[in-house]
Design a protein around this ligand. Structure first.
Ligand SMILES: [Fe+2]
Length: 415
């Protein structure tokens, strides 16, 4: 990048302070477009004589050598003391960012651990149904216990490259999202446990359907028939578990029923579909839209929500669907967003208390991914300007922000 003298800067020039290091300047980002003269004064106060600038991202050219001298600056207090206060608050932010990063990493490890466990449970179900059921109940109980104690719930995007996704990831996502909806709908402990268990096992019948049928998005009539049979196989697979609650079994049986009566296998009309199964159906559809077998056809979280609400609304319990959209927020975790200052990031966490101010991981090509800046919009002077479609973003940016290529969720209780 070319360099420009501080004396020739003006608002609109896009500068980079990457050579200085993030903690050595008070700005939120290493690279940014200069917004006002105050920022130029801060750069001068930092002792800089020149900085790198990016012509492609600037809205104006720097002033030229023989441009008329800028009019007298208005008096702003930028004594060393004022600058130090700004740098101190920057250091505090750095500590918070490190803590948030560690918390996210902890959550991701927990997710991987639980998902590995879920994978084993699902695999063992045929051979050891009773033990698998007991293990699944314990896993669901751990998550439900945390959620019940919590005042609010944080929904995390699981964002590290992990194992090859399989049925366990889908089962986990549907469980997490169903529980989130169930808690918001005021379900009690017993209902939440049955909801979690049923959601976890909802697709166990798919193990008996060939993967070429499962993966085919354009199934023939006979393939579709085979596909739909996964519901029946699922019921059969859990038949040996004598003490499995009927409410949990009903989720397996009814997760493809539709509120308008056009679902399968029994074409049950809305009120006849057990309420917990209606919740799991919503979570299931959302996850299938965000994480289809062919990820090239994946919908962004914001698109998935919009599609379910606008185009598929009659398939779902309208009250529960509205609640689901409410608990996920306008920018669910996994949404690519542009912030009000023009920077681009991905929503990595939402908190049910502050849905409009999610935690966002920012893209900065000068910062290694494991140190990527996290901006908590609840304590930054920034907002989300718009959701962006990853297909329209440069590939390095998408891979930096979402190396997993999937939208997997984990929930955590917040006291
Ligand atoms: Fe299914």
């Amino acid at each position: 990048m070319p360099r420009v003298s501080i004396d020739h800067l003006q608002p609109g020039v896009f500068v980079s302070l990457a050579e200085l290091g993030w903690l050595e300047h008070p700005f939120l980002l290493n690279s940014f477009r200069i917004a006002d003269k105050k920022q130029i004064q801060i750069l001068r106060q930092l002792g800089l004589k020149s900085v790198e600038w990016d012509p492609a991202r600037s809205s104006v050219q720097p002033l030229t050598e023989n441009a008329p001298a800028p009019e007298a600056e208005e008096e702003i207090d930028f004594s060393g003391a004022a600058l130090n206060v700004m740098l101190d608050s920057k250091r505090e932010r750095a500590v918070r960012v490190r803590e948030q990063r560690e918390r996210l990493a902890r959550c991701e490890r927990l997710y991987e651990q639980e998902t590995t466990g879920m994978g084993e449970i699902l695999k063992d179900l045929g051979a050891r149904p009773v033990e698998s059921h007991a293990r699944a109940k314990a896993a669901v109980g751990r998550i439900v216990g945390g959620l019940l104690k919590a005042d609010s719930v944080a929904v995390h995007l699981v964002n590290m490259k992990g194992k090859e996704p399989g049925l366990a990831h889908h089962a986990m996502n549907v469980m997490v999202l169903s529980l989130l909806l169930g808690k918001a709908a005021g379900a009690g402990e017993e209902d939440l446990k049955n909801l979690g268990l049923g959601a976890l096992f909802h697709d166990v019948g798919k193990t008996e359907v060939p993967s070429r049928v499962l993966k085919n998005a354009q199934r023939s009539a006979s393939e579709e028939h085979f596909y739909q049979a996964h519901v029946g196989y699922g019921i059969k697979n859990v038949a040996a578990i004598a003490d499995m609650a009927v409410a949990a079994r009903n989720i397996i049986a009814c997760h493809h029923e539709r509120f308008d009566g056009k679902g399968y296998p029994n074409h049950l009309p809305g009120a006849k579909i057990p309420r917990l199964a209606r919740m799991a159906a919503i979570a299931n559809r959302y996850d299938n839209l965000c994480n289809p077998f062919d990820l090239r056809t994946a919908k962004m979280p914001t698109e998935a929500v919009a599609q379910m609400f606008k185009r598929e609304g009659e398939a779902f319990d309208p009250e529960l669907l509205s609640l689901f959209i409410k608990v996920l927020g306008i920018y669910p975790p996994g949404s690519f967003v542009q912030l009000s200052d023009g920077s681009v990031g991905i929503v990595v966490e939402t908190n049910s208390r502050e849905l409009l101010r999610p935690l966002v991981m920012l893209y900065d090509k000068d910062v290694p991914r494991h140190e990527a800046l996290l901006i908590d919009l609840a304590d930054a002077d920034l907002g989300v300007k718009q959701a962006l479609h990853p297909a329209k973003l440069p590939l390095p940016l998408v891979e930096y922000l979402a190396p997993r290529g999937r939208v997997d969720y984990y929930v955590e209780a917040v006291r």
